[in-house]
Design a protein around this ligand. Structure first.
Ligand SMILES: [Zn+2]
Length: 381
């Protein structure tokens, strides 16, 4: 087994973080002018930190063969940047206690993604030249997971704002839709109310009976809220269908031109709904189609009436008058009413408000104007 590698972010540091790398996640190689290889200040425990003066480009290049990596850091920097680390080092936890006979504290962090942790440690220690300016979505997700776990929101905010903005602005709609759980997670951790609203609204329309969070460490009930919002919209649609059926099967006549017109409308409506599996009108919980699919198939349905098939003769007509042309949109058809209702329901279905989903140590998310903008944004869903 290869010997552990050392990375010195603070030569006067008093903590060694032991990071674990996985074979499929080699760390990125920083430039050779990395400052971590500076000489120790003479106060370090050389046995604990190993060869701190080793060139780090070599060290990082060989990380693929290494399971653990020791990084010398400053507990003060960490404690100032994160209340989690503050508790860890100042709160008397085991991690805060130096090994007997050694000044350096050794803190294993085996569960944290090593590359994400390294980027955040560079930020915490002010080593901005080591912080990548561009980052891809999976890497930003890894970083966001560490940020949320250690409450590093504020210290990383300048960088995460830049990364997020660039990725979000350059996204394509199909990509965004396929990565909705990831985007929602990012928007929640990085406190992006407008984008959170938009992405959760898209999820409400696009997800099936379950919103898959893909194992992302949400500590908020976002999946549950998306599912509830989806069911609520479906319930409104089913209520509307029931009202339509009641309306055309009741004693009050809807069409004054043909006695049998209401029955035609009702029969046609039932036939259309049956073709979509919506008659008898089911319980909302049994519908596993995404709202978007439901809207699309129902929106494509065309409804007819007797007045549509046999336009009524105007009262002034004589036997010599020409027969009226079939009316393309007689008042008694439900076509336009139906499509208008679908459009209205779509407008009334809102995304989630980030303010209701707090995140540790993150900035406030209350931006009502931003939410209004999101709802009226150019994106359809
Ligand atoms: Zn009619």
């Amino acid at each position: 087994m290869p010997s552990p590698l050392d990375l010195v972010l603070d030569p006067s540091g008093d903590v060694i973080l032991v990071l674990s790398s996985h074979k499929d996640t080699p760390p990125e190689s920083p430039s050779t002018d990395t400052v971590m290889a500076e000489q120790s200040d003479g106060h370090d425990d050389a046995e604990s930190i190993g060869s701190a003066a080793e060139p780090h480009s070599e060290a990082l290049n060989s990380i693929e063969e290494t399971e653990e990596m020791e990084v010398k850091v400053s507990s003060r920097h960490l404690a100032l940047s994160s209340r989690v680390f503050r508790v860890m080092f100042d709160g008397g936890f085991q991690e805060g206690v130096p090994r007997e006979g050694h000044r350096l504290r050794r803190v294993p962090l085996p569960e944290d993604e090593i590359n994400a942790m390294l980027v955040l440690l560079y930020i915490v220690h002010g080593l901005s030249r080591q912080v990548p300016r561009k980052i891809d979505l999976p890497k930003l997700i890894d970083i966001a997971i560490v940020i949320e776990k250690y409450a590093l929101h504020q210290v990383a905010e300048v960088y995460t704002d830049i990364w997020f903005h660039e990725l979000y602005e350059s996204r394509s709609i199909p990509t965004l839709n396929s990565d909705l759980p990831e985007w929602i997670f990012l928007c929640w951790v990085l406190r992006r109310p407008t984008e959170f609203y938009y992405c959760t609204r898209a999820a409400i329309f696009r997800c099936g009976p379950r919103f898959e969070d893909r194992g992302l460490p949400f500590s908020i009930p976002v999946a549950n809220r998306i599912e509830l919002a989806r069911l609520s919209t479906i319930q409104k649609l089913l209520d509307y269908l029931n009202k339509l059926i009641d309306c055309y099967s009741g004693s009050r006549k809807q069409c004054v031109s043909h006695k049998a017109c209401d029955a035609t409308v009702l029969g046609d409506l039932i036939q259309n709904l049956k073709a979509e599996g919506l008659y008898p009108v089911p319980d909302h919980a049994t519908i596993d189609l995404p709202i978007e699919t439901l809207w699309s198939t129902l929106g494509a349905r065309r409804f007819t009436s007797l007045c549509h098939a046999r336009p009524p003769t105007p009262p002034s007509a004589t036997p010599y008058a020409r027969a009226p042309k079939p009316n393309a949109d007689p008042k008694c058809t439900i076509d336009s009413h139906f499509s208008n209702y679908l459009a209205l329901l779509k407008l009334e279905t809102l995304g989630l408000d980030l303010e209701e989903f707090p995140s540790a140590n993150a900035r406030p998310a209350h931006h009502p104007e931003a939410l209004r903008w999101a709802h009226n944004s150019r994106y359809d869903w």
